[in-house]
Design a protein around this ligand. Structure first.
Ligand SMILES: NC(=O)C1=CN([C@@H]2O[C@H](COP(=O)(O)OP(=O)(O)OC[C@H]3O[C@@H](n4cnc5c(N)ncnc54)[C@H](O)[C@@H]3O)[C@@H](O)[C@H]2O)[C@@H](O)CC1
Ligand SMILES: Nc1ncnc2c1ncn2[C@@H]1O[C@H](COP(=O)(O)OP(=O)(O)O)[C@@H](O)[C@H]1O
Length: 291
């Protein structure tokens, strides 16, 4: 019987002698022509969520654009296809580079280019780090879900209902929305290397033992790039040594809290993903242990 979790871990205050190596190195593999924003939002959210160091791997011709937009995030240009999406030629480079990191986030804005999907499937089977997989990373996984059984460490999947439908193939988005917990449970089944974050109103976080139903957040968060921020947050929390379920749960809760602060500031209609990003500090400030 699966246990419902209602309590949320607090974030411990930092020890005075901490250094950036204590808070995790996050590698973000994201972006393609037309979707540099997703890559920037995800990596900035990881830094704002406490990661000690964040590096964004991006198709090489887009490197100048993201380097101009990002100041605190480092950038790593990678081989690209003629469509300016990540090329499979970069697989070994990404694998070698990933050894320097604690966590790898894959997916925001990667596109559904066939070669890029092939790259993602290979990375999922070969990266020896915990992975957060979102957006087009999930669309790639939908091409071959058996890849989930070949994951080396752990993967946190963060599908919205349509991505979940693509993964499962047998349900429509509407069916998924009508029996979210039941379908999540079926998907997790006995997979012990997978944590699922089924997004939307009342996001469900689930592994093979327990689940959490989130109550923070609001419809203002139904805006482009909102999910890309969540991916970066969860990756950062994983890098700060929260176990996968707790990192996902905390990320979802604080993402919603930041969205609720953004609603107070700008309302639901005008809210953009950058408003959520701007409110991450407030969400984290109010969630430190012993506060
Ligand atoms: N600035 C940027 O560069 C942005 C890039 N993005 C990237 O764009 C790519 C495509 O992602 P999209 O998610 O836009 O496209 P998808 O085609 O995957 O899904 C969008 C559709 O999913 C359905 N959906 C989502 N949440 C739902 C819910 N709670 N209930 C019912 N239906 C729901 C809706 O029909 C919605 O139109 C991804 O790689 C993503 O990371 C987007 O995140 C937007 C911002
Ligand atoms: N009505 C809502 N209530 C609470 N949270 C929401 C609502 N609509 C969207 N969200 C949250 O906003 C985020 C949207 O993510 P996603 O659909 O991946 O968008 P994008 O692809 O544009 O980044 C998810 O975390 C989702 O849970």
């Amino acid at each position: 019987m699966m246990q419902q979790i209602n309590s949320i871990l607090k974030i411990p205050p930092r020890k005075p002698d901490s250094h950036k190596g204590d808070f995790g190195r996050v590698l973000v593999i994201a972006g393609s022509y037309g979707m540099t924003g997703a890559a920037c939002l995800c990596s900035e959210a990881a830094l704002r969520s406490g990661a000690g160091l964040v590096t964004l791997g991006i198709p090489e011709s887009l490197h100048g654009i993201v380097a101009t937009k990002l100041t605190c995030v480092m950038t790593h240009p990678l081989p690209e296809t003629h469509l300016k999406t990540l090329s499979d030629m970069g697989r070994q480079d990404i694998l070698d580079f990933s050894q320097r990191f604690d966590v790898v986030a894959i997916g925001p804005g990667l596109s559904q280019c066939v070669e890029t999907k092939r790259l993602v499937l290979w990375l999922l089977q070969n990266i020896e780090r915990p992975i957060v997989l979102d957006a087009d990373g999930i669309n790639a996984l939908a091409e071959d879900t058996a890849t989930l059984d070949k994951i080396k460490q752990h993967v946190i999947l963060t599908p919205h209902p349509q991505e979940m439908a693509r993964l499962l193939k047998v349900y429509t988005t509407k069916e998924i929305q009508s029996k979210r917990k039941e379908i999540a449970e079926k998907f997790i089944n006995s997979r012990d290397k997978v944590t699922l974050v089924l997004k939307g109103n009342n996001t469900i976080v689930m592994n093979n033992e327990k689940y959490y139903v989130n109550t923070t957040g609001n419809p203002g968060m139904a805006t482009a790039g909102s999910g890309d921020i969540l991916t970066g947050m969860i990756a950062a929390l994983l890098g700060q040594n929260f176990p996968p379920f707790e990192a996902a749960q905390l990320g979802v809760y604080l993402h919603g809290t930041a969205g609720d602060y953004a609603k107070q500031a700008v309302g639901e209609i005008s809210m953009t993903a950058t408003d959520i990003l701007d409110n991450l500090p407030k969400a984290f400030l109010n969630h430190i242990q012993n506060k």
